[in-house]
Every structure is written in C-alpha cells, then in structure tokens.
Ligand binder design. Structure first.
Ligand SMILES: *[C@@H]1O[C@H](CO)[C@@H](O)[C@H](O)[C@H]1NC(C)=O
Ligand SMILES: *[C@@H]1O[C@H](CO)[C@@H](O)[C@H](O)[C@H]1NC(C)=O
Ligand SMILES: *[C@@H]1O[C@H](CO)[C@@H](O)[C@H](O)[C@H]1NC(C)=O
Ligand SMILES: *[C@@H]1O[C@H](CO)[C@@H](O)[C@H](O)[C@H]1NC(C)=O
Ligand SMILES: *[C@@H]1O[C@H](CO)[C@@H](O)[C@H](O)[C@H]1NC(C)=O
Ligand SMILES: [Zn+2]
Length: 509
C-alpha cells in the first residue's frame, strides 16, 4: 500500500502546487511515471536486495533482446522458438518456480517426439492414412476393422521392419501430430480456418494413441514429468474424459478415466514431494446440441459429487467462432444453480477477434454464469463492463500468448491485449493451452512471451513473482491448500533467487 500511496500523494500534491507553471514540472512527471509503474502487475511488490540484483540483471538481458536484429515476440513462435531457447532470459525463466499451469488441455501436454519414439514403437500399433491427408491410429490385439475414409490399416511394427531407414516415416508421423513446422508458418496456415482445420486433424491423429489405456496413463504421467521439469508445481487440466479402450476393444466409462487421472496424480506426487498436485476441469465440445450439453452438465454434477476434491469444475471447448455461444446453452448451464449443486465453471470465453458477435459476447455471459476464471479472454479489453466485473469479482483471465499467436488472433505479441491488463494489475495468469501442438512445452515459453513481449520493458521480477503467485491464488485449490502451496512456492522462489543472484556465491562458481 505504502508504495502506491506515496507517488499518488506526491502526484496529487504536485498537480495542485505546480499547476500554474508553464512548462511541465519534472517532479510531477517523475511522480506520475512512478504512479503508473506501481499500478502494473507486481508493481507494488517489495523486492529483497538479492531480488533487486536479479531484477537488474533481467533488465539488462531484456534491453539486449530488444536491440537484437530479431525480437522474438514480434515474430511467429515457430520462427522464434530457437532464438528463445538460446536467450538467457528464457534459461532463467525455465529455472524460475512458476506456480501452477491453470489452462492446459489433456492431449497436448507431452512433446510429440515422445508419442512418436515411445508410443508408436509399442507393439500392436496400427496406422491408416486419410486423404486430408492425415493419419489415424489404433492399438488392437486383432487386425482392426477398416475405418471409414482411411486407407487399410498397417501394423507399424511390420512396416518399420521393412524399412531400412525409419526417419522419414517418423517425421511424417510427427508432423501429423502437431502444428509445429520448420516451414514458413504464414504460408502453411494462411487463415484462422486453415490453422483450426489442421489443429483438429492433429487432435484426431493423436486421439487413437492417447486413449489406449496403457498409453493414457503413461501420457499423463509423462505430462506431469514435463511440467514438473519446467518448474511448474501444480496443474489444472481441462479434460474431455474420453472412453479409454483396452487391447481387446473393450472400453471404460468416464468415471474410470477421472479416477485414473487421480491415481496417476497421486503416484506422481508420492515420488515428487515438491509437486503440489493436479485437478481436472471436465470439458465438453461447444459444438454440441443443447441436450448433449445438458447431459454433460448433469454428468459433471455427478462426477463433482464423486470426486469433490479432485474435479475442479466444467468448461466448453473447441473453436469459439465456429461453436455455439454460452448464451445458447444458458438453460443447461443453469441446472446446477437451479438444483443447488456446486459446479464451478472455467469457461473459455472471448478467444476471438470478431468484435460484436454472439461469440464475442461470451466474456460477459461467462461472468453472468458465474465463471471462476476466463479462458483466454482475448476480447475482454473490448468489454469495459465485463472487464470491471472480472476485476471486482477476482475472476482471473488465463492468458495463453503462444496459442493466440499460432491460432492467428495476434501477430506481434507486443500487441497482445493482455498488455493493457497487466499494466493495471488485472487478475491474470499465464498458461500454455496446447503446448505440444504449438511446439512449446511446460510454461516457460509462454512466460517468455508475456514477460518480454507484452510485458514490455517495464515488467520486472516483481511482475513475474506476481504472476506465479496469481497462479496459486486464482487456482481451484481451497484457501487452506493455497496457503500451503504458496509456502512451498516461496521456499522454491527464495532458492531460485539465491542460486541466480549475480552477486551471490552460487553465481560466481
Ligand atoms: C516408454 O515410456 C514408458 C513409460 O515412461 C517406459 O516405461 C518405456 O520404457 C518407454 N519405452 C520406450 C520404447 O521408450
Ligand atoms: C535416414 O534418413 C534420414 C533422412 O532421410 C537421414 O538424414 C539419415 O542420415 C538416415 N539415417 C541412416 C542411419 O542412414
Ligand atoms: C501426414 O501423413 C500423411 C500420410 O502418411 C502424409 O502424406 C502427410 O504428408 C502428413 N502430413 C503432414 C502435415 O506431414
Ligand atoms: C450466479 O450467482 C448468482 C448469485 O450467487 C445466483 O443467483 C445465480 O443463480 C448464479 N447463476 C448460475 C448460472 O450459476
Ligand atoms: C557485491 O558484493 C560485494 C562484496 O560482497 C559488495 O562490496 C558490492 O557492493 C556488491 N555489489 C552489488 C552490485 O550489490
Ligand atoms: Zn484452451
């Protein structure tokens, strides 16, 4: 508070006393600059001496990034990725304890290399090719039945033993499982329709691999491993809860899938005590009918009853511009309130640049439906009333910079609307949405874009600290557990600052 009040008072005082001067008073200018700086995300964070030294180092690094020939946030992530990897800021961000990842989808957590090298090399894995062209997979004890609009199945084991060199096959599989490409991304994805089309194809290609029970468990465990390795301590996963299948073709129900997520989480936490845990946000396609969404809400209410501490809530997913607006589903989404059942919502809303459409209205409707957070909220700054409600109710916006760039809502990440949100300390968290689809991983790449891109020169170590703390404060964890997570995070943070203190003993060795 003190840090805010002082410049505020000074500014007000100078306005009154110096209003008659003809040329602007430099003290007034300084006070106003400080006032503005104090209003941003982390602007009121008091930094220790060691933190101030690290902050000064970060500032130097940022100056260097800005003056380099190519400024990574200004170019497409597919081109920027290598530059980011070699940047000293990125290396620090990787080590930084980032708190929780609150907006990540179930089947885009794990680097696709792992799917290619580990999963498609397992026995009983069949593949066919569609004429899009894309691929589909299935694990089966017998030769599987043909799939409509797909070539005859080939058993990958057989195919690979026939090939002298499997590199080309593996590369072709890999490119089908992700949007990431070394080619010119603007030429590969000329429009939003084109990129979403490929996104959905890639998703279908991954589907047969990851919904096979043994892979399903390993995939989620591997996802936790990768987020943990990126110094993320908590996860809220948006999950479609598919019917997971076995080798004999039998399948499990959705409660089994949720229970499996819970078991694997517990197994992971038991061997990684510095990982705080995970919760699931159950999702349904927003392209569905009213009755399908009503049924999904009913089921979600039951699952929330059965997994009260593990399931966080409910959301609708899929391309917003082509799906149905939240208002269309208002009756289905009011069922929990009518029945007096608690089912928290975490709606994707405003992932659009089509101002004035029903879809654009989703940000306000999400708030009217009592959403706990807003997924993306790219359109929020164009809705002053919704923005105000979001701030007053502490409904955080989950900003996913790389996703918004790859899916063509913004080209140059300096122009991301979250710049305005961060400048006034709007409740925001940074997340990665579908990192594997975009060739990213964990949270560090998105933190880089947020910090170096729309964070501008003035976002600092305090901003990063605030973003990490926000990710626990605005999580679905109950207050007591938030406190515990924050204590654990603070310990890791102090260690991070000590180990990277430019004037500390660690750094000099
Ligand atoms: C695939 O991953 C699983 C689980 O992490 C591991 O046990 C197995 O050894 C891996 N297999 C291959 C072929 O890499
Ligand atoms: C396999 O093919 C790739 C690309 O076609 C090539 O780069 C690689 O050297 C080959 N590997 C072997 C062992 O011949
Ligand atoms: C996907 O796989 C198909 C069939 O193997 C292949 O023809 C196509 O080039 C691949 N697509 C991409 C984008 O690599
Ligand atoms: C939202 O919250 C208000 C106030 O608690 C309540 O009256 C309303 O029924 C809720 N609506 C929904 C859809 O949950
Ligand atoms: C670094 O440490 C030395 C000795 O510990 C001290 O004299 C110096 O002022 C410090 N420099 C900075 C930039 O803090
Ligand atoms: Zn999403």
């Amino acid at each position: 508070m003190v840090a805010l009040q002082r410049p505020l008072l000074a500014a007000a005082c100078l306005f009154l006393c110096c209003g008659v001067l003809s040329s602007p008073d430099p003290r007034l200018r300084e006070a106003l600059i400080q006032l503005e700086a104090s209003m941003q995300t982390g602007g009121r964070m008091v930094l220790t001496e060691a933190e101030q030294r690290l902050d000064a180092l970060l500032f130097e690094m940022k100056q260097e990034a800005v003056s380099a020939a190519i400024f990574p946030p200004a170019v497409h992530f597919f081109r920027a990725k290598r530059l980011i990897q070699t940047s000293p800021i990125f290396k620090l961000l990787q080590k930084m304890p980032k708190g929780g990842a609150l907006h990540v989808h179930d089947f885009s957590m794990v680097d696709v290399d792992w799917l290619v090298k580990n999963v498609t090399y397992r026995p009983n894995c069949y593949m066919c090719s569609t004429d899009d062209p894309s691929v589909r997979f299935i694990f089966s004890a017998q030769w599987p039945k043909p799939l409509a609009r797909c070539s005859p199945w080939v058993l990958l084991e057989n195919l690979r033993t026939k090939l002298v060199n499997t590199t080309d096959l593996d590369n072709s599989i890999r490119t089908n499982l992700t949007l990431f490409t070394d080619e010119d991304p603007e030429a590969a994805f000329p429009s939003q329709a084109a990129v979403w089309g490929r996104f959905e194809q890639a998703f279908l290609a991954v589907w047969g691999l990851v919904t096979y029970a043994p892979v399903f468990r390993d995939y989620y465990y591997q996802g936790l491993t990768q987020f943990h390795a990126d110094n993320v301590m908590y996860l809220e996963l948006r999950a479609l809860l598919p019917q997971v299948y076995e080798l004999d073709g039998s399948s499990h129900d959705r409660a089994w899938t949720l229970k499996t997520y819970q078991d694997v989480t517990e197994r992971f936490v038991s061997t990684h005590p510095d990982f705080f845990g995970a919760r699931i946000i159950v999702t349904n396609q927003r392209r569905a009918t009213r009755s399908a969404v009503a049924a999904a809400v009913e089921e979600a209410m039951q699952l929330k009853k059965d997994f009260p501490d593990f399931m966080a809530g409910f959301d609708l997913v899929g391309q917003e511009d082509r799906g149905r607006p939240l208002w269309y589903f208002r009756d289905a989404l009011s069922l929990p309130a009518e029945k007096g059942v608690a089912l928290p919502y975490f709606f994707h809303a405003g992932e659009t640049d089509l101002e004035g459409t029903d879809v654009d209205q989703n940000v306000l409707d999400a708030l009217l439906l009592n959403t706990s957070r807003i997924g993306h909220g790219f359109a929020l700054v164009r809705h002053p009333v919704a923005k105000d409600l979001s701030r007053k109710r502490g409904v955080a916006v989950e900003v996913c910079p790389i996703s918004n760039q790859v899916l063509k809502l913004v080209k140059d990440l300096r122009n991301h609307p979250a710049a305005a949100l961060m400048l006034e300390n709007h409740p925001v968290v940074v997340s990665s949405d579908d990192p594997a689809m975009f060739g990213a991983s964990g949270l560090s790449y998105d933190f880089y874009e947020a910090f170096v891109g729309f964070g501008g020169i003035k976002s600092h170590l305090g901003s990063l600290k605030q973003l990490a703390m926000n990710s626990l404060r605005y999580s679905a964890l109950p207050p007591q557990q938030q406190e515990e997570a924050l204590v654990l995070w603070q310990r890791r943070w102090n260690q991070f600052v000590t180990e990277n203190d430019p004037n500390g003993t660690f750094f000099r060795h």
